[in-house]
Design a protein around this ligand. Structure first.
Ligand code: AMP
Length: 302
């Protein structure tokens, strides 16, 4: 089953204490699409400016991403820059230039409208709602969000929650959304706002899955070489949704596996800047790390 993905497409500048790179391919939809492409065909909806490098278009194509829903507008591509501390869980946004995003009106090509699985990667909830309104007969809709929208677009975000099946967000956002210190209480409370499934990401410490009658905790992978954590959350969500689209079945078993495949792809992504590591990733690498995740959390009954 194919997966429709919308979100940001960006040129990123990223600084860590040891390295700095400019004009990298970034944006929530870029990370999510490439991550999902390891599992299922992707229909991308997004916008770039006339300055968007051809080599990045080629990169999407190499991964089989359908670009019929990609608008190329006069003007500059969305730009974001950020800086990490030695503790790479801590990031500071240095600048955001919306550019062509400012007037973006997502339009779904007719042949995208029946895509059965949908991932609304991080963009404003208004744009996410705009895309969702054009989708016909979706089987499963996943959405991601970020702290900014909790602050400036809470109402549209709450409206979105009533229309989706699954929300993915990180731990500080979950606490902030529910004004709750306990993550467990926050996860369960979000289920009451609409989504049947909630995934709370805890950065390098794994993630939690909440369903009415299921709680699942995915382990952290003991990675030694983290070069750039940018996009890890987007890769997690893209692979999570991509795996479910591939299997075309959503139940406790497939959700647990989707969480682990999400964690696997995210753990590879942080090994290099931008989408560098995902360029060389193979199905064998994915299977091997999936097994490492399984081993890391397996224990006998007694
Ligand atoms: P993450 O590391 O998962 O938070 O995602 C990082 C990506 O989000 C970067 O590639 C940025 O280009 C993109 N990004 C940053 N701010 C925004 C925003 N306000 N809306 C959409 N995408 C953003």
């Amino acid at each position: 089953m194919s997966l429709l993905i919308t979100g940001s497409i960006a040129l990123d500048s990223v600084k860590t204490p040891v390295e700095q790179h400019h004009d990298l391919l970034g944006g929530s939809a870029s990370y999510a699409s490439i991550a999902a492409s390891f599992f299922t065909p992707v229909n991308l909806v997004g916008i770039v400016g006339s300055d968007f490098p051809k080599r990045y278009i080629e990169l999407y194509k190499k991964h089989g991403v359908n670009l019929d829903g990609l608008q190329v507008a006069d003007g500059e591509t969305f730009r974001w820059s950020g800086e990490y501390e030695w503790d790479m869980n801590k990031r500071r946004t240095l600048s955001v230039c919306l550019n062509v995003f400012e007037t973006f009106q997502p339009r779904l090509p007719d042949h995208y409208k029946n895509t059965p699985y949908v991932f609304l990667a991080n963009i404003s909830p208004q744009l996410q709602l705009h895309v969702l309104a054009q989708v016909e007969r979706a089987k499963f809709v996943v959405a991601d969000t970020m702290d900014l929208w909790l602050e400036i677009a809470r109402e549209p975000l709450l409206e979105l929650l009533k229309k989706i099946d699954c929300l993915i967000l990180n731990e500080s956002e979950a606490r902030e959304l529910m004004k709750e210190t306990s993550l467990i209480k926050a996860g369960r409370a979000i289920l009451k706002l609409g989504p049947k499934f909630v995934v709370i990401k805890k950065g390098e410490h794994g993630c939690l899955l909440f369903v009415k009658d299921l709680f699942f905790s995915a382990p952290a992978y003991p990675l030694e070489d983290i070069h750039d954590p940018t996009g890890a959350g987007d890769c997690f969500a893209g692979a999570f949704a991509g795996y479910l689209a591939k299997i075309d079945r959503v139940n406790h078993d497939t959700l647990r596996k989707a969480v682990i495949y999400g964690s696997v792809i995210a753990s590879f992504n942080v090994e290099s800047f931008s989408l560098g590591r995902l360029q060389t990733l193979t199905q064998h690498d994915i299977a091997e790390r999936y097994e490492a995740f399984r081993q890391a959390s397996h224990f006998e009954t007694r």
